[in-house]
Design a protein around this ligand. Structure first.
Ligand code: MHO
Length: 218
């Protein structure tokens, strides 16, 4: 679509989490307030250049660019605790382990306090691992904004190239709204703010209503 503004150029911080299949966390975080961009990939392990069918010791993770003025790391962590695919007490396999990859000492400190609090609240020992963020390997194109990519006409209409699938603000937002994540008010204000044509906006509204309250995972 000519003239569509994909990026949003404000200062941001990064957060990286593993919490199950990354299609779900991509959608979950994409539509939250203060989320600028998301991308999915592999991290936490040692294998060089992992691939989906050759992950080695890596985990599926979501990498988030967020505006700390609009959403705090604590709030991101709350979403992390509340939305694991396989829970917080049993590790199914390394691919889906519960993982927090911190980007600075502040995040490390907050994550360590947060895991203690959450464990106390649930009265359970949690298996979540906290590690420094090392190399992030972006996943194959077809995994990026996976939910959005199921609506191929939208990908085309929005001009989402492989690069934009990882970098576009609009793509991150719509990828969540399409599966009923986020608030209707946020969706409405985004449609106006991002100047989305009526055809797209109506379609996304419809999908949001159909899918609201459904499961993120499949
Ligand atoms: N349940 C999904 C997981 C995909 S994922 C990116 C599948 O089996 O295809 O891990």
């Amino acid at each position: 679509m000519p003239g569509i503004q994909h990026d949003i150029d404000i200062p941001f911080k990064k957060a990286t989490f593993g919490m199950g299949c990354f299609w779900a966390s991509d959608a979950l975080f994409g539509a939250q307030p203060g989320i600028l961009r998301t991308r999915v990939g592999y991290a936490g392990g040692t294998l060089i250049d992992p691939e989906y069918r050759k992950l080695g010791d890596h985990t599926e993770v979501i990498e988030i660019d967020y505006d700390p003025k609009q959403i705090s790391y604590e709030e991101l962590l709350q979403l992390f605790w509340d939305n694991h695919e396989y829970g917080l007490t049993t590790c199914v396999k390394k691919q889906y382990m519960s993982l927090i990859l911190y980007h600075d000492d502040d995040q490390k400190r907050i994550a360590e306090i947060s895991v203690k609090k959450e464990s106390h609240k649930r009265n359970e020992k949690l298996i979540t691992t906290i590690l420094p963020a090392g190399i992030f390997y972006p996943a194959e194109d077809y995994h990026q904004k996976y939910r959005l990519q199921q609506h191929s006409w939208l990908v085309e209409e929005l001009g989402l190239t492989p690069e934009l699938l990882q970098k576009s603000h609009i793509a991150a937002r719509l990828n969540g709204y399409l599966v009923g994540v986020g608030k209707i008010e946020a969706l409405e204000s985004d449609c106006v703010k991002l100047g989305l044509p009526e055809k797209i906006s109506n379609y996304v509204h419809k999908q949001w209503k159909q899918n609201e309250g459904g499961s993120l995972y499949c």
